[in-house]
Ligand binder design. Structure first.
Ligand code: E4P
Length: 217
């Protein structure tokens, strides 16, 4: 499973990039607002740092507006992916951009039928929002399982990008359910490395090593 980081914070992206397991980045208007940065500048900076796909979301709601914004954003860098809303106009824009060779990410997907439409529109990625479904008492992971089955039934090439990930357990469950990608907040990515028994084991090894009085170098 590929790991994207879900942030527009450059320091977090730099740090995670150095660990070597960052395959891409997703942003959204809320994350851009949180960064306090200029949208186009921050997308250009992220694209220069991370060679993988970087999702940048349009703000327009109409087909014409989304096409203009999407084509503009796609010119910022070769690795920009245009994030479009899961609406009829968003799907029409998706089809248009895909025909022009521009990669797309259909976002705010909450049902299997929406995911089916996005795949039929040729989306490169579709983003089911796990955490936000869980918030409404619907198991978000059921959507990932349904999407995997539907996409495999018809050999759709659209990648399932598990989004709105809130916990390490979400990452594990999405991987088991066959999501192609998970976009994960920085703190959750770093938390995946933690285990209390790892900490306990290291503490004991350090103590026993000190007792030997030896040094490696
Ligand atoms: C996905 O691309 C979105 O940016 C993101 O995962 C939304 O997560 P949230 O529901 O925690 O805001």
């Amino acid at each position: 499973m590929k790991f994207f980081v879900d942030t527009a914070n450059i320091d977090d992206i730099k740090e995670l990039n150095e660990y070597g397991f960052l395959d891409g980045v997703t942003t959204n208007p809320s994350l851009i607002a949180k960064s306090g940065r200029d949208f186009k500048e921050v997308i250009a900076e992220i694209c220069a740092l991370v060679p993988g796909p970087v999702s940048a979301e349009v703000a327009a709601m109409t087909f014409e507006g989304m096409v203009s914004e999407g084509e503009y954003l796609a010119r910022i860098a070769d690795n920009v992916v245009i994030k479009l809303p899961m609406t009829l106009d968003g799907l029409k824009t998706c089809r248009h951009l895909v025909r022009k060779g521009i990669k797309t990410n259909v976002t705010l997907c909450f049902s299997a039928n929406q995911a089916l439409l996005a795949a039929k529109a040729g989306a490169t990625y579709v983003s089911p929002f796990i955490g936000r479904l869980d918030d409404t008492n619907i198991d978000g992971m059921d959507l990932i399982r349904d999407m995997r089955e539907i996409y495999d039934n018809y050999a759709f090439q659209t990648e399932i990008l598990a989004a709105s990930i809130r916990s390490a357990n979400h990452v594990k469950e999405a991987a088991i359910a066959g999501a192609d990608v998970a976009t994960i907040p920085p703190a959750v990515i770093k938390g995946l490395a933690n285990h209390v028994l790892t900490d306990k084991g290291l503490e004991q090894f350090a103590k026993d090593w000190a007792a030997t009085g030896q040094s490696i170098l």
